[in-house]
Design a protein around this ligand. Structure first.
Ligand code: HDE
Length: 695
């Protein structure tokens, strides 16, 4: 540029956006490795002239950007994931030869992705929706994907209905809404015509679809799978993930507000938990049974709309999963991870569940569409990296889009005898260690039918509903009223009410009342309904696994000018001591002057951190600040919501005017600051009847 007459700004000398390389920095290059001198300006004819097509640097950069997006997953598009490990509690060699279960203490790397189902990749984290719970185990004998949900049953019994289900559930085809919500005509139309979905309907209308965080929800493999041991003996197995933090859900009003306050609520929670060292942890449990036991049950274990009650076969813990590392790059890992139920390892096999059988095809197929190449298994996140040393896989599959490997030699077929001439011959099969399918005896006529053993669509829906705590049952009934109120076609509501009559007459009655509609006659059933013994394990509220401690929880601590420094320090110590995290919230974040003349920075601002984003609330306020905040809408709402969402509220005397203004009434969950941590780990369900009408 020596001969060109340019100003210092035009030369990039006065331009503050130029970040020039310093000693030790990598040189910025094109994708071909050519060093770049100027990353701010395109190539022009004169400073104000047209841009030249020859500008390869501009074209390459824009071209790559234009292609940054890949098709999002048709379902489970919105998700978040983390790395971690699985640790085996004891050898399961007697029941499975799967390598990851052979030794006590043996660790296997995992990558786990949680997701919602219906919404697009940019939708919110907290719709009423099923959550995906997909775990990739990088075992030494290949990748095993356990692709489950946070609900142990599914809507349909046969894979052939899946496209209909998803079309009906996602946004309506003509209007393009609602996004990530089932409260609309087409979903309920489909459900009303598919009585097999009634059991799942109970689960999705319960608090199960409003998990507080990924760390406080269960996971289920759903289908019956097979374990096969070294001797070739097989048992059926169902998989469960039980969260160490306990089960916790949100309240509908809270969920709706979270969606506005923080659309990334659960993603952020996963990221921040891991960052704080509060690693989310689950136990993997199994229900093990044989063919003979299965044949005696009133339901079919191959039917994905059925559970096996834990009271019949207790869940046996076999290991734990800890997620301790957030991905380095969201796209490369979370977006490109390819889960396939067909990814099996020796010692684990499929069952004949017709839903599972359809999935074995679908996931492989969808990865090709999404990731664009049959070589998706070569992406770092998908590589079978569990085997110590060397190549993660060896076979004669070759070429294809984006082949990352450079195979040596000419042996790209087998059998070959090239090894006899000293050439590379390639890998060979091994009947001893290789995967062999369980030789289940199968015979029958070729039929397009549903087995008679799948005909009972209501007994387990009833079991679920009647196993709930009254508070949870009320949430469920109210959720159906809410959703059906959004349904515009009256005949759909009536058909649902008729189906609910088969689940439980009182449920049909409550929902009908909530809609101000008459209760229709119950719909005809394909099989007699059985009254099964209620299963307390199905409850969240007052159930055996409800969250009862502060571990991993976030406590919002509201402070303002003049807050008592000693009380605040004691409260924080108490919260942290109980395994919780104290998040300091104040009207102004930079520096909050405390009573002892010191100042402290807050973590969040009152207006941007409504109480729906925390698990419990404490207020450490001077008398002046309490009186001032009692005239501040955001503060009043903060407390009002905490109370309305049945959270523990710990406070000092200064907060009294604010509490009074927010309508807080004395109860077990409203405490002083000392001892607050002991009260803060749970919700106060008894409060609900006093403040909210539920169906
Ligand atoms: Fe999926 N499902 N699904 N699903 N599913 C997908 O695969 C499908 C089913 C589940 O975090 C897709 O990679 C069919 C049951 C999870 O990446 C697709 C049927 C369960 C995830 C697909 C089912 C699940 C998916 C979309 C009926 C619980 C997200 C993108 C036969 C046991 C995995 C993709 C992740 C994703 C098909 C039913 C769980 C299209 C055909 C039952 C957790 O292949």
């Amino acid at each position: 540029m020596a001969d060109v007459d340019l100003t210092p700004f035009e030369r990039g000398q006065g331009g503050e956006t130029h970040q020039r390389r310093a000693e030790g920095d990598d040189v910025l290059t094109t994708n071909q490795g050519m060093p770049i001198a100027d990353n701010q300006n395109s190539l022009k004819v004169g400073p104000r002239g047209p841009v030249l097509l020859e500008d390869e640097i501009l074209r390459e950069k824009i071209h790559h950007f234009d292609h940054e997006r890949i098709p999002e997953r048709i379902v489970h598009a919105r998700g978040s994931a983390a790395h971690g490990f699985f640790e085996c509690y004891e050898s399961l060699a007697d029941i499975t030869r799967a390598d990851l279960f052979q030794k006590k203490g043996q660790r296997t790397e995992v990558f786990t992705r949680f997701s919602t189902v219906a919404g697009g990749a940019g939708s919110v984290d907290t719709p009423r929706d099923v959550r995906g719970f997909a775990v990739k185990f990088y075992t030494r004998e290949g990748n095993w994907d356990l692709v489950g949900n946070n609900i142990p049953v599914f809507f349909i019994q046969d894979a052939i209905k899946f496209p209909d289900l998803i079309h009906a559930a996602k946004m309506e085809a003509d209007r393009g809404y609602p996004q990530a919500a089932t409260a609309h005509d087409t979903f309920w139309d489909f459900i009303s015509l598919m009585p097999e979905s009634t059991h799942m309907l109970m689960w999705i209308m319960s608090d199960r679809t409003l998990p507080r965080s990924f760390a406080t929800m269960e996971g289920f493999g759903i289908h019956s799978f097979r374990f096969v041991n070294k001797e070739g003996k097989s048992s059926f197995v169902k998989f469960h993930w039980k969260p160490k933090a306990g089960l916790a859900s949100t309240i509908w009003d809270e969920t709706v507000k979270i969606a506005g306050a923080d659309p990334d609520f659960q993603r952020r929670d996963l990221f921040e938990r891991i960052g704080r060292g509060d690693y989310p942890e689950w136990e993997l449990g199994i229900q093990l049974f044989d063919e003979e036991w299965a044949n005696q049950q009133p339901y079919d274990v191959l039917d994905a709309t059925k559970i096996i009650p834990e009271e019949d076969i207790p869940v046996r813990p076999i290991g734990r999963m800890v997620l301790d590392r957030y991905p380095d790059n969201f796209f490369a890992e979370t977006e490109q991870v390819a889960f396939c139920p067909s990814h099996m390892v020796p010692g684990i096999d499929h069952s004949n569940d017709p839903l599972l059988q359809g999935r074995l095809f679908s996931y492989l197929d969808t990865q090709l569409k999404r990731l664009g190449s049959t070589n998706f298994h070569q992406l770092p996140i998908n590589q079978a990296k569990g085997r110590p040393g060397g190549c993660p896989f060896h076979n004669f599959q070759r070429d294809g889009h984006m082949q990352m490997q450079v195979p040596k030699g000419r042996a790209n077929y087998e059998p070959n005898s090239l090894g006899e001439a000293g050439e590379i011959a390639g890998p060979r099969e091994d009947p001893e260690t290789g995967f062999s399918s369980y030789p289940a005896a199968e015979a029958g006529d070729k039929l397009r039918v549903r087995p008679e053993s799948f005909a009972d669509h209501y007994s387990q829906a009833r079991l679920f509903f009647r196993s709930l705590d009254p508070a949870e049952a009320a949430h469920l009934a109210s959720a159906i009223v809410f959703e059906l109120s959004k349904v515009s076609l009256p005949h759909i509501r009536t058909r649902i009410l008729a189906n609910l009559g088969n689940v439980d007459e009182t449920l049909a009655q409550r929902v009908a009342e909530g809609l101000a509609l008459p209760v229709p006659e119950a719909s005809p059933t394909a099989a007699p309904i059985i009254d099964m013994k209620p299963s307390p394990a199905l409850r969240i509220i007052n159930g055996p696994r409800e969250r009862a401690s502060l571990e991993g929880s976030v406590i919002g601590v509201l402070i303002a000018d003049g807050s008592d420094a000693v009380a605040l320090a004691a409260l924080r110590a108490e919260i942290e001591g109980a395994g919780g995290h104290a998040l300091l919230i104040a009207p102004k974040v930079g520096a909050v002057p405390l009573s002892d003349g010191s100042a402290i920075a807050a973590d969040a601002q009152l207006f941007g951190q409504p109480s729906v984003t925390v698990d419990a609330c404490a207020l450490v306020l001077s008398a002046e600040a309490g009186a001032k905040l009692a005239r501040e809408a955001a503060a009043i709402q903060w407390v009002m919501d905490a109370f309305g969402h049945l959270k523990a509220i710990g406070h000092d005397a200064g907060a009294a005017p604010l509490l009074a203004k927010a309508g807080v009434e004395a109860d077990e969950g409203v405490t002083g600051l000392a001892g607050f941590a002991a009260a803060a780990g749970r919700r106060y369900w008894a409060r609900e009847a006093k403040i909210r009408t539920l169906a």
